[in-house]
Design a protein around this ligand. Structure first.
Ligand code: PEP
Ligand code: MG
Length: 601
């Protein structure tokens, strides 16, 4: 949806919303206070001392990283902590260490200047390589070398994070993972960054810590000054500088309404997710990392509809082993009790690249070497994951497997053959697995919709990945802000494709049909949930923060009305009308969910 907001006298700034909520406080602009290291040389007699200072700073930096890794482990589990374990590698890089020592010994530079020069050289050479793999390495190198140089100069950025005495809005170029986890949640009212996006570290962590955050605000650190009052609206992706009395009272009212709403929603959480005329809907959670399973449970999720497993492959130096994956899958599945847990096999490629696997440069990465295509060409990686999943299913019988980006039955059959190989191997090794494990298909390519009948006969369930289905159907790059307005979930083509998928699913399970879920972001939009249900979708899998509101919508509508709504939408020819029809329907059923968010600006 396109949101039009005027920049009221240069006070309202647009950005990308990465974490919902609103925060108003004075801001702290980071990276401004770091001292400039002057060019100077040392006396030959000072060399020994500087080398020693360098060694001490290395130890101090390593200790800080270990401490942070421990804190992350407590918040996000061991996969989050692996980010910092991989940072340790930079401190052990012999070429880096030797070059700094040489600059101290031969060029007679002080340790801080030498470390900074070598770091910059490293960063420049990595930055010049136009490849996601290297860009991710740059972020790691910057994070750890900045910390090292700060330890050498004695400048402490920690004051900005952990010693804040009042809740503040953090404004930064970008926040590294190590900075984000040092934040004292109670003291952070919001985050504004120039870089990053929904899938950046800061986005992931802010959402899991429930901190309102926006990213991609250009020149934020130049525009704002520490001490200025900011209002961050993480719902709409805007920042207001020096909010007026009117803004403030509007914000206060809105926060009060949000609190009241939250209380109302908590009361609904224990009630079953059924429509007023008794249609049961499965409301499951989308997880990007294992630690989110607990949040999903707390929000009353009926299970996990999409567990994205790419997270295991990010920010680390080595591939995750079968054992490691087995333990994580088992942990999540056990945490969810007997509720179903759909684990999606690796969906790397496209925008999701990792530093540990090589991806060739491609003209059109989203149409290229990604997801199941990558797995079918890299069967070693695929089999490691499938074996881990199968083994975990022996005791966690709630585990289901789902393949991403299936385009038709050949690909599905190929993946199934590899799964069968893994089963045979495990049998030979005497390792148990759930022989009745269900296998589903993500429907996110239009060709899969057109072949839904055939796919339904071979698989156990469908989950519609609307994020990609919209991208591929409308030929709109889901990451490109310039054509964002064309990315329309209520485009008639999308509504019809969802309906066709449901129709195709009826041909499955010996004609009794197979269940259909939606796990793209569309499922979490409260204005669209009744439309999806009316189209015949059985399950909505959504990110945890949206769960309570979607549940309330379902509990307040009649399925018969949803069905009528869907039939009407299927007759319509334009997105805006379908959106309005659906939105009006939900607003009438649950008006309390629509807090008027700063719409008068
Ligand atoms: C989708 O495409 O809708 C989906 C859920 O998968 P991802 O966003 O991970 O591509
Ligand atoms: Mg997808």
């Amino acid at each position: 949806m396109k949101v039009e907001l005027e920049n009221a006298g240069g006070r309202v700034f647009h950005a990308t919303s990465v974490s919902e909520g609103m925060g108003m406080a004075r801001c702290v602009v980071l990276y401004r206070q770091r001292p400039i290291i002057a060019e100077r040389t040392i006396e030959p007699g000072e060399v020994e001392g500087e080398l020693e200072r360098f060694s001490r700073a290395l130890i101090q930096t390593a200790e800080q990283l270990q401490e942070i890794a421990q804190r992350v482990k407590e918040v996000l589990g061991s996969d989050g902590a692996s980010i910092f374990e991989s940072h340790q590698f930079v401190l052990e890089d012999q070429v880096f260490l030797d070059e700094v020592s040489r600059m101290i010994q031969e060029n007679h530079l002080p340790a801080d200047l030498a470390a900074q020069k070598v770091s910059h050289k490293y960063i420049r050479s990595f930055e010049s390589i136009p490849d996601e793999y290297f860009r991710q390495r740059v972020a790691d190198i910057k994070d750890v070398t900045t910390r090292l140089v700060d330890n050498l100069t004695g400048w402490s950025q920690h004051d900005s994070f952990s010693q804040l005495s009042e809740p503040s809005i953090l404004v930064a170029t970008d926040l590294t993972p190590s900075q984000t986890v040092q934040m004292n949640r109670q003291m952070i009212a919001g985050i504004v960054t120039e870089q990053g996006g929904v899938t950046s570290h800061v986005g992931i962590l802010a959402r899991s810590l429930k901190i309102p955050a926006v990213a991609g605000m250009q020149r934020a650190t130049e525009i704002f000054r520490t001490g200025q009052e900011l209002l961050v609206d993480g719902y709409r992706g805007i920042v207001i500088l020096s909010p007026t009395q009117e803004d403030t009272s509007h914000y206060t009212r809105q926060m009060e309404q949000e609190r009241e709403l939250e209380h109302l929603l908590e009361l609904d959480a224990a009630k079953p997710v059924v429509t007023l005329d008794g249609r049961k809907i499965t409301l499951t959670a989308n997880l990007s990392q294992p630690a989110e399973a607990e949040h999903a449970l707390a929000a009353g999720a009926n299970g996990v509809g999409l567990f994205r497993t790419e997270f295991f492959f990010f920010n680390r130096g080595t591939l995750p082993t079968e054992e490691e994956q087995y333990e994580e899958y088992l942990r999540v599945a056990t945490c969810m009790g007997d509720r179903p847990v759909v684990i999606r096999t690796l969906d790397l490629g496209g925008d999701k690249k990792t530093s540990i696997l090589e991806f060739p440069p491609e003209e059109n990465p989203f149409l290229g070497y990604r997801a199941i295509r990558y797995c079918l060409q890299n069967t070693g990686i695929f089999k490691t994951q499938l074996r881990a999943l199968l083994r975990a299913s022996a005791s966690a019988r709630n585990i289901k497997i789902m393949y991403p980006m299936i385009s038709g039955i050949e690909e599905f059959a190929e993946a199934q053959a590899i799964l069968q190989e893994c089963k045979t191997e495990l049998e030979k090794e005497g390792k148990p697995y759930n022989t009745k494990i269900e296998v589903g298909v993500m429907i996110e390519i239009p060709s899969a919709v057109l072949c839904a009948g055939e796919l339904a006969r071979k698989s156990d369930f469908f989950s519609i990945g609307t994020n990609d289905l919209i991208q591929y159907t409308l030929a709109v790059d889901r990451m490109n802000p310039i054509i964002n307005y064309l990315y329309q979930p209520t485009h008639p083509a999308i509504i019809r494709l969802i309906s066709s998928t449901v129709e195709g699913a009826r041909h499955g399970n010996e004609y009794g049909g197979i269940p259909v879920g939606v796990c793209g972001e569309m499922a979490g939009e409260i204005e669209l949930a009744p439309l999806l249900i009316g189209l015949g979708v059985d399950e909505l899998s959504i990110s945890v923060p949206n769960m309570m509101k979607v549940r309330r919508v379902i509990q307040r509508v009649y399925f018969s009305d949803c069905h009528r709504l869907a039939c009407q939408a299927l007759q319509m020819g334009d997105s805006a009308r379908i959106m309005k029809l659906s939105s009006d329907f939900v607003r009438a059923a649950a008006p309390e969910l629509f807090v008027d968010r700063l719409s008068r600006l």
